[in-house]
Design a protein around this ligand. Sequence first.
Ligand SMILES: *Cc1c(COP(=O)(O)O)cnc(C)c1O
Length: 384
Amino acid sequence: MASTDAATPAAQRPGPATLRPEVLDFTPYVAGLSIEEITQKYGLSQVIKMASNENPLGVSPLVQRAIRDHAALAFRYPRSGNPRLLAALASRLGVAPSRLVVGNGSDEIIDLLIRVRATPGTHNVLTFKPCFSMYTLQSRLCGVELRQVPLRPDYSFPYDDFVAAADENTAIAFITTPDNPSGFTPPVADIEALARALPQDCLLVVDEAYMDFALPQEAYSLASRLDDFPNVVIVRTFSKMYGLAGMRLGYGIMPEWLADYMWRVRPPFSVNILAEEAGIAALADTDFLRATLETVAAGRELLGRELAALGCEVAPSQANFLLFTLPQGARLNARAVFERLLQRGVIIRPLASYNLPDSLRVTVGNAEENMIFLKAMREVLRHG
Ligand SMILES: *Cc1c(COP(=O)(O)O)cnc(C)c1O
């Protein structure tokens, strides 16, 4: 004891060794690179970011005005329960407000679901592999066993294996549709069958971060029929189609009893006043939403076609991004292509953190960004 004390400077006590093992083992979320980082690192004048599936049209002008108009209210605490936002969302979705929980990004909803439902040391959480890292990171942090079932090589869902991996202690099964990073989007009948096949007490959490881009939505989403599926929770976000990633706003649609307990434990002010006003305005700006959908549909088609013409293999996608692999016999690997694109001021997403080191993911940009990306890709594949 005495020798340890002597070796540890007083300023470091108590040190990291006193922290929970789940915290010491934690691997932080890997975010896409920022425009500032790359502008500085390569001394570029123009950098475009097609890495984090943000809205290619930026922030709606109506939303910007709502944020400015409410800036003077920032000294106040938000109203408990965010009732105005709930009412706006409920009427847009056609569900009762009592089924909704809003959070600081859908990340908060995902984290809360795990903490509310899964007991450390008893329960397990089931996901596919690869999957959005929030499910695995927050489960591990909670000390909950994680079960991961590999996707099929074409990124479709192996439902039988998934259900077989569940047992009476499976608290939550997370799936993402449209899936990230592949864009795979199963027909809604498959989700229905999965919801029925899982153990009764297991919540099926369907992360629909990109469902706004999958049309017609009834073909892919259970959102309008949740009454028939008491074990299904849907999680959505304002970060993608609504163009509000920086405001941090997401929501869950769930059975009323669960929403009630989620609200009890949610930090009271995690959705701030400006995020709430931005969300209400974003729901109302139908022109902006229509323009976003048109831009994404046209850009996805263009990028898919042109990447295929370069010899890349492109996964079919209903989302605002495409996963692709490089042509057979390409001189550069995915990591090198990613870096050559960075040097040319184009940020896309390498997928090593998803365990897909040979694949890349590009977010659909606006018309100009798509052209810049494709030109850079042609140069990189031709000249290295
Ligand atoms: C982007 C994304 C989200 C959204 O997260 P926010 O916290 O709402 O920004 C959730 N799930 C998946 C799979 C995503 O890709």
